[in-house]
Design a binder for this molecule. Structure first.
Ligand SMILES: O=C(O)CCC(=O)C(=O)O
Ligand SMILES: [Fe+2]
Length: 265
């Protein structure tokens, strides 16, 4: 190792994950995340990271195919060393902390690859600390090769996270509109809640509070696989989410640098 390399800080030693060197949300982005429940950051994934992620996520798909089990997908970081190494990546932690504050725990790393013809997923929300609005649960989605609204696209309902309802469910937009959405408006702006479709160029990331209503449109049959993965972090203080997919073995022998993130409380 050269003298120069020895002097590098841990931050510069890790290969860049994001294009912005210091990936903190600016005031406008943080306000948008808190008002809408999500914020899209186009092109944030560094080019080399996109390549490594594509390789890692292909490896997860291959393991799922070989084992016929969804375990490698649900516990992605436990099945791929590159993905494990990102849990405590300095830039990922900087970004998570810019939304959650300094005291955070890792919750899950789940591959969200969607091959051509994938059916997408209906409307739903996720759980954490429903009675503790002071405790945040943030999910950071990596959309490595992006998506369009009608091709494996994420749909959202700005403001829905404010209801902290973990049980939002609907099979179609119509069902959501005539059901859970009906008569609801944003607690701050009073605007009626409405469905929004997103377009994510290659290399996008999306930050989303976990109680936000979301759904995914089907992937077109002739489209290539949508490579994506989500990393989730939370403030400790409540029992963990139902999707805290961390095996006891991983928890007891965590990758270097992740020990404090792996604690329950
Ligand atoms: O595939 C996606 O873009 C989102 C999947 C999803 O609903 C989730 O990870 O909670
Ligand atoms: Fe979801």
């Amino acid at each position: 190792m050269t003298q120069q390399a020895t002097n590098l800080s841990p931050i510069s030693r890790a290969a860049p994950l994001f294009v912005p060197e210091e990936p903190v949300l600016n005031r406008e982005q943080k306000d948008r995340l808190d008002r809408d429940g999500h914020v899209l950051l186009p092109g944030w994934l560094a080019p080399d990271a996109r390549m490594c992620l594509t390789e890692a996520l292909s490896d997860i798909d291959a393991q799922v195919a070989a084992t016929g089990s969804n375990r490698p997908q649900r516990y992605s970081a436990e099945h791929n060393a590159y993905l494990a190494g990102l849990i405590a990546h300095p830039q990922l932690l900087t970004l998570a902390r810019s939304a959650l504050g300094s005291d955070i725990r890792f919750d899950h790393c789940v591959a969200l690859n969607r091959g051509g013809g994938d059916q997408g997923i209906g409307w739903h929300s996720h759980d954490y600390a429903e009675d503790r609005p002071d405790l945040g649960f943030l999910r950071i989605f990596f959309y490595v090769n992006g998506f369009t609204a009608d091709d494996g696209g994420l749909k959202v309902v700005p403001g829905s996270h404010r209801f902290r309802d973990p049980a939002i469910r609907a099979a179609t937009d119509e069902e959501l509109a005539s059901g859970w959405l009906r008569g609801k408006s944003h607690p701050d702006t009073n605007a009626p809640l409405a469905i929004e479709t997103l377009d994510a160029p290659e290399g996008s990331i999306v930050l989303m509070w976990t109680h936000a209503a979301h759904a995914v449109t089907p992937r077109r049959p002739d489209s290539p696989t949508r490579w994506s993965v989500v990393y989730a972090y939370r403030n400790p203080g409540a029992p963990p989410s139902a999707a805290r997919w961390i095996s006891p073995a991983f928890e007891q022998n965590p990758p270097p640098g992740t020990e404090s993130l792996m604690r329950l409380q």
